[in-house]
Design a protein around this ligand. Structure first.
Ligand code: IPE
Ligand code: IPE
Ligand code: MG
Length: 239
């Protein structure tokens, strides 16, 4: 159900889906079972976000730092992301969701996964509904490094005058220039940190940290975060 008119729905919600490993460990299960349970929570979050009327939902699936985990867990996370996209894209497509990917397309990401994600982007590109962006092999610093490289290369070719580089230039050089600034930055799992997520886009986001572990996340948690967002006064440097 759309929310009452008095409630402002944040246009762009970005989530650090954290706590899968702890959820599994608490149950005496391998960490990978936590990731599998986390997939169900992703499905719930997408449905809830569409119901609430959120326009952009950006989910942190795999960070540039997550390569430091044990090989077997990395492999599971990569396969998991691909399986999730493959299994759920028809359902999300039917809901009118447009899918997108931010992250570095480097040699470490298997071609198979890139192909699956690209097919999904193509399939859903004209959909009018919510934009669901998967941050995969994503790091905020890597994104800024890649943007700097692209801008420097344009400058070298004489396409940009370095003196005229401004915030818009950088914004346009990000992985997805159509992705707006983050309104609500939500992290589950109880940690109070940003972990290299959307450093540029979240510069004025409202930060909300929930104690719930990601596999337990449901619509009520998202609604609670939106209510918390509504209790804040965003000043953007003004009085
Ligand atoms: C988040 O859960 C999933 C990813 C980072 C991919 P974690 O795996 O970080 O779970 P915890 O933080 O160890 O509990
Ligand atoms: C952030 O969670 C990355 C994702 C959710 C994909 P982490 O669990 O990797 O973050 P840290 O290590 O606690 O900072
Ligand atoms: Mg974690």
């Amino acid at each position: 159900m759309p929310r009452a008119a008095s409630i402002e729905v944040p246009a762009h919600v970005a989530i650090v889906m954290d706590g899968n490993g702890r959820w599994a460990t608490q149950r005496g299960l391998p960490r990978t079972d936590g990731h599998r349970a986390g997939e169900e929570a992703v499905g719930r979050a997408v449905h809830a976000a569409v119901d609430i009327g959120i326009k952009y939902l950006t989910l942190y699936a795999f960070s540039t730092e997550n390569w430091r985990r044990p090989k077997s867990e990395v492999r599971f996370l990569l396969n998991d992301t691909e399986r999730f996209v493959e299994n759920r894209r028809a359902e999300f497509h039917a809901m009118g969701v447009r899918m997108s990917w931010i992250g570095r397309r480097d040699w470490r990401v298997p071609k198979r996964i890139t192909r699956t994600i690209d097919e999904t982007i193509e399939l859903t590109k004209d959909n009018p509904g919510m934009t669901l962006t998967i941050a995969f092999n994503y790091g905020g610093r890597a994104e800024l490094v890649d943007a700097a490289r692209a801008i420097a290369s344009d400058a070298k070719r004489g396409r940009i005058d370095p003196a005229r580089i401004d915030e818009r230039t950088i914004h346009r050089a990000l992985y997805d220039p159509a992705l707006p600034d983050v309104d609500l930055f939500l992290r589950t799992g109880g940690e109070h940190r940003v972990s290299n997520y959307l450093l540029w886009q979240a510069s004025y986001a409202e930060l909300v940290f929930l104690d719930v572990l990601w596999p337990d996340f449901d619509e009520q948690h998202l609604r609670a975060a939106v209510d918390e967002f509504n209790s804040r006064r965003r000043r953007f440097g003004k009085v």
